[in-house]
Design a protein around this ligand. Structure first.
Ligand code: ADP
Ligand code: TPP
Ligand code: MG
Ligand code: MG
Ligand code: MG
Length: 329
C-alpha cells in the first residue's frame, strides 16, 4: 500500500509530478490553478493530442516507465514538429490503477522531463484518474514562430518526397520483443524511445515544404493522407529506400534469408510506424540538407481516382509490400 499511488493519494502524487517541471519562457502560469497560461507570441498555437494505452501502445514487461515517459512526449511533439512548429507545452492525463508503484509514476515523470530537455517544451498541467487500464493522454502545444503551418494538403505534382529521422527501426524492435529474441540495440531503443527529429519540422517549413507529417502508422499509409488531402499520388522508389545497417541486422535476426533481407527491411521502412520520422514534400528545385532523404515523387492523381479507396502511394509503381497500422482493423 505504502509504495503505491493508492497509498500516496491523488494530491500528493500531483505535487510530486508537477514539481519536476521547469517553468520556461513560454509558461506564464504553470500547474496549480484551474488552467495554465502559455504564451503564443505570434497569436497562433498548434494543438494536438495522442493517447498511449497499456497493451496497445506499450507493455510494462517490454518498456520501462522512463521509456513510456519519453515516448509520450515524442509521439506528441512529433506532431507539433510536423506542422513546422516549435514544441512549447504539454498537458498529461494519467489514468492508472491504485496499485501502480509510486516508482513507476516517478520514473515516467523523469522520462517526460528528460525528453522535454531534448524536444523543448515543458509540462503545464494534466489530470490524474483511477482506472483499470493504464492510459496516458497527452495534449501538446507548439509555436509557429510567425510561419504558416505546413499542412497535409499542399503537395503538388513534381514535388520531391523526402524523410528525415528513422524508418522501420521501431517496427523491427517491436517484432524482436514479440518474438522474445535479442537484436540490434538501435531498433529496440527506437521502439521504446523514438527519437523524432524535432527541429527539422521548422527547418522543413523554412525550406518551403508544401506538405508534411510524422510517420506513426507507416510511411505509405501516412503519405496516403497527404495524397488524399492534396489530390495527388506519391510514387516511392525502392532504390532510394536505403535500410539502416541496424534494420538489416534485425531482419536477419528475425529470419530473413540472405537474398531477402533488403526487401523485408524496405517493407518495414514503408509499412512500419512509430519511429516518428518526418516525411515531407518539397518543390522540385529545393536544395535539401543531407539528413533529408529523397525517397519519391509526387505525381498527378489519375483522373477520377481522388478520394476512392486503395492506397494512392506506390513503390516503383506497385502497391506497397505491407499496410500500416489501423486501430480498429
Ligand atoms: N476523436 C477525435 N475527435 C476529433 N478529432 C480527431 C479524433 N481522432 C482523431 N482526430 C483528428 O484526426 C486527424 C488524424 O488523426 P491521427 O491519424 O491520429 O493523426 P496523427 O497520426 O498525426 O496522430 C488529426 O487531426 C486528429 O486531431
Ligand atoms: C504492445 C504493442 N503492440 C503493438 C504496437 C504497435 N502499434 C501500436 S499503435 C501503433 C500506431 C501508432 O499509434 P497511434 O495511436 O495510431 O498514433 P498516431 O498515429 O495517432 O500518432 C503501432 C504501430 C505497440 N507499439 N505496442
Ligand atoms: Mg493521433
Ligand atoms: Mg502525426
Ligand atoms: Mg495512428
Amino acid at each position: 500500500m505504502r509504495n503505491t499511488i493508492g497509498g500516496l493519494g491523488e494530491f500528493a502524487l500531483i505535487t510530486r509530478v508537477t514539481s519536476q517541471f521547469p517553468m520556461t519562457d513560454d509558461v506564464i502560469l504553470g500547474p496549480g490553478d484551474d488552467a495554465a497560461v502559455v504564451a503564443a507570441p505570434d497569436g497562433r498555437t498548434v494543438a494536438t493530442t495522442d493517447l498511449l494505452v497499456e497493451g496497445r501502445h506499450f507493455r510494462r514487461e517490454w518498456s520501462t516507465a522512463g521509456d513510456v515517459g519519453h515516448r509520450a512526449v515524442a509521439q506528441n511533439f512529433a506532431d507539433v514538429a510536423a506542422m513546422g512548429a516549435r514544441p512549447t507545452a504539454l498537458l498529461i492525463g494519467f489514468a492508472a490503477p491504485a496499485d501502480l508503484p509510486v516508482s513507476w509514476a516517478e520514473e515516467f515523470t523523469a522520462g517526460v522531463r528528460d525528453e522535454c530537455a531534448v524536444s523543448g517544451g515543458t509540462v503545464v498541467g494534466g489530470d490524474m484518474v483511477g482506472s483499470d487500464t493504464l492510459t496516458i493522454a497527452v495534449t501538446a502545444l507548439g509555436d509557429l514562430q510567425g510561419r504558416a503551418p505546413v499542412r497535409r494538403d499542399g503537395a503538388r505534382p513534381g514535388d520531391v518526397v523526402a524523410y528525415t529521422g528513422h524508418l522501420g527501426l521501431s517496427a523491427a524492435g517491436l517484432a524482436l520483443l514479440e518474438r522474445g529474441v535479442d537484436g540490434p540495440a538501435e531498433c529496440l531503443s527506437e521502439h521504446r524511445r523514438p527519437s523524432p527529429p524535432y527541429a527539422r519540422g521548422a527547418e522543413a517549413a523554412l525550406l518551403g515544404a508544401t506538405a508534411m507529417l510524422d510517420v506513426s502508422d507507416g510511411l505509405a499509409q501516412d503519405l496516403g493522407h497527404v495524397c488524399r488531402a492534396s489530390g495527388v499520388r506519391v510514387d516511392l522508389e525502392s532504390e532510394a529506400l536505403r535500410p539502416e545497417p541496424s534494420l538489416l541486422e534485425a531482419v536477419r535476426v528475425l529470419g530473413a534469408g540472405p537474398g531477402r533481407a533488403e526487401r523485408v527491411a524496405r517493407d518495414l521502412m514503408v509499412a512500419g510506424g512509430e519511429d516518428h520520422a518526418l516525411a515531407a514534400a518539397f518543390p522540385p528545385d529545393t536544395v535539401l540538407p543531407d539528413h533529408w532523404h529523397r525517397v519519391g515523387t509526387v505525381v498527378e492523381a489519375a483522373h477520377g481516382t481522388a478520394g476512392k479507396s486503395g492506397n494512392p502511394v506506390t513503390v516503383d509503381g506497385h502497391p506497397p509490400g505491407g499496410t500500416g497500422w489501423d486501430h480498429f482493423r
